[in-house]
Design a binder for this molecule. Structure first.
Ligand SMILES: NC(=O)c1ccc[n+]([C@@H]2O[C@H](COP(=O)([O-])OP(=O)(O)OC[C@H]3O[C@@H](n4cnc5c(N)ncnc54)[C@H](O)[C@@H]3O)[C@@H](O)[C@H]2O)c1
Length: 270
């Protein structure tokens, strides 16, 4: 019997990158997975993501490995749509055991997003994609998990939410990710009496297709400069993060809640 046999998980932002790795890992452990994304074909945007795909979507990949997955196109910034997503999963499978609120990311360039010159529209967008999207998903699954008196919620911060960039750029993203980590501590207090855990992960620089194409564009030299700041002298992989998600989604972490777990290889921002 697999560790998560009979369990149901929602993974947001699961069409590519880290979310796809979380969805596939939990499916490999036997969970049924709602693969939620604003664009279920978002892997098409980055060549490295497209190359990595073994089928036309995360859902198809899970099915090919003998797992069960449900595709849900949803924008996590839309609270009503998030509620509908949860209703659909409950209608399909009757329960929700795990939420990985992974959808999110940044917008704009570091040079244009310094802390004292933030454009209100960009600030609103990035706070919505990250903080509001996370809160809406937690709000929507909480009543189901409370009824079950069990559940595991995993939220996603970032190294940027723990330590500022040297020049104060990308402040909107850092602030939103710091807010997610602190929100998760409140969530853990709120839901603990129902047997529900809530923990947050803070990835460092993880080599997803997006990061390799935008943050570390092509050149090996740039990539070397990045790894100098990492104690383990390499960038993270999606599997490095998926292993921690496995810990937080299974009984290995039953007495862990309100924690913030960095997954950054010992990165110190230079
Ligand atoms: N890759 C890294 O190095 C890194 C580091 C720290 C934190 N993170 C965080 O991890 C998460 C995943 O990162 P990634 O590198 O895999 O990102 P990515 O951009 O490759 O993938 C994000 C996925 O989320 C989806 N998405 C974005 N906004 C959405 C919305 N509003 N509603 C529904 N789906 C939405 C996208 O369509 C995409 O499929 C993000 O929250 C990111 O901020 C990543």
């Amino acid at each position: 019997m697999k560790k998560l046999e009979g369990k149901v998980a929602i993974v947001t932002g699961a069409a590519r990158g880290l979310g796809r790795a979380y969805a596939k890992r939990l499916a490999g452990l036997g969970a049924r997975i709602a693969v939620a994304d604003r664009d279920l074909q978002s892997w098409r945007e980055f060549e490295a993501e497209a190359k990595d795909m073994t089928a036309e979507s995360t859902v198809a990949e899970i099915a090919a490995l003998g797992g069960s997955a449900l595709p849900i196109e949803v924008d996590v910034c839309d609270s009503a749509a998030v509620e509908r997503m949860v209703e659909r999963v409950v209608a399909e499978w009757g329960r929700i055991d795990i939420l990985v609120a992974n959808a999110g990311g940044g917008r704009g360039r570091p040079i244009d997003t310094k802390a004292s010159t933030l454009d209100p529209a960009l600030l609103e967008l990035v706070v919505a994609m990250n903080l509001y999207g996370t809160v809406y998903c937690c709000n929507a699954v909480a009543p189901v998990m409370k009824r079950q008196r069990s559940g595991k919620i995993i939220t996603v911060s970032s190294i940027a939410g723990r330590s500022p960039s040297r020049d104060g750029g990308y402040a909107h993203y850092g602030a939103a990710k710091a807010a997610i980590a602190h929100y998760t501590r409140y969530l853990a207090q709120d839901l603990g009496p129902y047997g529900i855990t809530a923990n947050c992960i803070a990835p460092g620089v993880i080599a997803t297709g997006r990061i390799m194409a935008t943050v570390i564009p092509g050149s090996g030299d740039n990539s070397r400069g990045r790894t100098d700041l990492v104690a383990l002298k390499r960038l993270g992989t999606v599997e490095d993060c998926a292993k921690v998600v496995e810990f937080l989604a299974t009984d290995l972490s039953d007495y862990v809640t309100g924690a913030l777990i960095p997954i950054d290889g010992g990165l110190v921002r230079g």
